[in-house]
Design a protein around this ligand. Sequence first.
Ligand SMILES: *Cc1c(COP(=O)(O)O)cnc(C)c1O
Length: 228
Amino acid sequence: MKPGSLAENITQVREKIEAAARRSGRDGTDIVLVAVTKGVPLEGIEEAHALGLSLFGENRIQEAATKVSALPPPIQWHMIGHLQTNKVPDAVRMFQMLQSVDSIRLAEKIDEECAKLDRTMPVLLEVNIAGEVQKYGFKPEEVYAAVDAAGGLPRLKIMGLMGMAPNNPEQSPRREAFKKLKNIFSVLRSLKRNNVEMKYLSMGMSGDFEIAIEEGSNMVRIGTALFR
Ligand SMILES: *Cc1c(COP(=O)(O)O)cnc(C)c1O
């Protein structure tokens, strides 16, 4: 494999995922890899698919639209960026999962659009574990009420939580943020609620996915480390 090639990057990321999973008493196959393709041209995504990746994440509807139509199912697409309510009609047609549900208003709009299509939508609730005002998401103390409210929407299937660590060069604040989200996830997982199946804890990006996995993540969203 050529050093720095996509093939080599994929191999390296997979090895790191495997090693981090083992450190947390799990297996690499327990961790879902979402390849984040924002800014990556279609050819790059096709190459990644040819190399075995089949789950991609995008953060903008407009950029995702052409990619999703060029690479339809069984290839899977997750929305990972802030979603405006006026883009929901497009989003529910394009994505297999919306990871970035950050308000009840948005959840209600998704429910409404899915009713029109007679489908249900798997979603994750985004939690602002970084505590940074510029980041989206429910506050940690709001999540329980948010799960209750969103769980009452029949077209939504709440499948977990998503979060981003603070933009901090230090490891320890990131680790603390991941621990916090894992705790919330564990509590929610132990409660039984309609339309809620706490399966995915989506945390960890190129700079911190190994720490995130050590702290319990089972879904990582990785862009730069693959497509740099
Ligand atoms: C861009 C992005 C990622 C991937 O970030 P990298 O640092 O490139 O791995 C993950 N999650 C979200 C929400 C993003 O917007």
